[in-house]
Design a protein around this ligand. Structure first.
Ligand code: GDP
Length: 283
């Protein structure tokens, strides 16, 4: 399977990121809880050198709870402050303030020694497309907060959202480009819908997904779609088409449609909580 990310986008994203990095103390990096490593871009470590770091396992509602906890532990062992969140429902957001303080402890201490007290932490949210950056910012900022900077008639600048006395958030998130040179990483990103389906063969992708499910979550598809266990990916896809009445020209099974339906069910959590990337299979 072939994936592509346009170099033009990448260059622009990287330039913006470098510019914005100069303005902030803290990088809040969102990853997808279903693929915590594959949804990262390790370049952020270079770009965010010297900044305080916070990793958020977003969409934790779609991934297995015990795996979420294991991944939080994994990131903590790597020296990041890490928290699992569900930005859509707001779960985990209460912990954010504490996590920000924890991540910025060194900076606060440094400030204090220089006699600087109560200077707010300036933070930026970063992550690959579709990981939930805007949803997170909106959930955290809510409606009540006032925007600062860039007032009409005043100097043009960045928009900052004042969360409280201690934290200001850049209102435009930093977009990281996905890294999918590795076939396995590319597949995982495609499964969660981070690579546009138009440039992929949906049926091929669904067959790969069925293969993954057969290995890691046996019986789940069979139960969901009320189909027998064939042990053959294409037969399973045909089974899903039959069970969901995906037909073309009257009575032929429409496996293309079934493929979209299956991926859609997975992406929306209708197959239950599924972690695609386990701690022990990310080699
Ligand atoms: P961005 O491109 O990183 O800004 O991503 P968006 O904020 O636009 O979110 C992409 C999609 O993910 C939207 O459909 C959101 O509703 C959904 N989403 C964001 N956060 C969560 C979450 O924690 N759980 C679930 N289930 N969906 C989420």
């Amino acid at each position: 399977m072939h994936f592509q990310w346009y170099p033009g986008h990448m260059t622009k994203a990287k330039r913006m990121m470098r510019e914005n990095m100069k303005l902030i103390d803290l990088v809040i990096e969102l990853v997808d809880a279903r693929i915590p490593l594959s949804s990262r871009n390790p370049d952020i470590d270079e770009l965010g050198k010297g900044k305080a770091r916070l990793v958020l396992l977003n969409k934790s509602d779609l991934a297995e709870e015990h795996m979420n906890n294991a991944w939080v532990e994994f990131f903590r062992e790597k020296g990041f402050v890490a928290v699992k969140v569900n930005s859509k429902k707001g779960n985990g957001l209460k912990q954010i303030q504490g996590a920000i303080q924890e991540a910025c402890r060194e900076k606060t201490e440094r400030d204090r020694k220089r006699g600087i007290l109560n200077r707010p932490v300036r933070a930026m949210v970063v992550g690959i497309p579709n990981v939930g950056k805007s949803t997170f910012i909106n959930a955290l900022a809510g409606k009540a907060c006032a925007k600062t900077g860039n007032k009409p008639g005043v100097t043009k600048g960045k928009q900052w959202i004042r969360l409280n006395k201690q934290v200001e958030l850049l209102d435009t998130p930093g977009i990281l480009w996905p890294k999918f040179e590795d076939q396995k990483v590319g597949l995982r990103l495609a499964f969660i819908g981070s690579i546009k389906d138009e440039i992929l063969n949906t049926e091929e992708l669904a067959l790969e997904f069925i293969k993954f499910m057969g290995g890691e979550y046996p019986g789940v598809l069979e139960e969901k779609y009320q189909i027998p266990s064939w042990g053959d990916c294409f037969e399973t896809l045909r089974g899903i088409a039959e069970s969901r009445h995906c037909l073309v020209r009257g009575n032929e099974l429409d496996t293309e449609k079934a493929a979209s339906l299956l991926l859609d069910d997975f992406r929306n959590g209708r197959l239950g909580r599924i972690t695609l990337e386990k701690l022990d299979n990310n080699d």
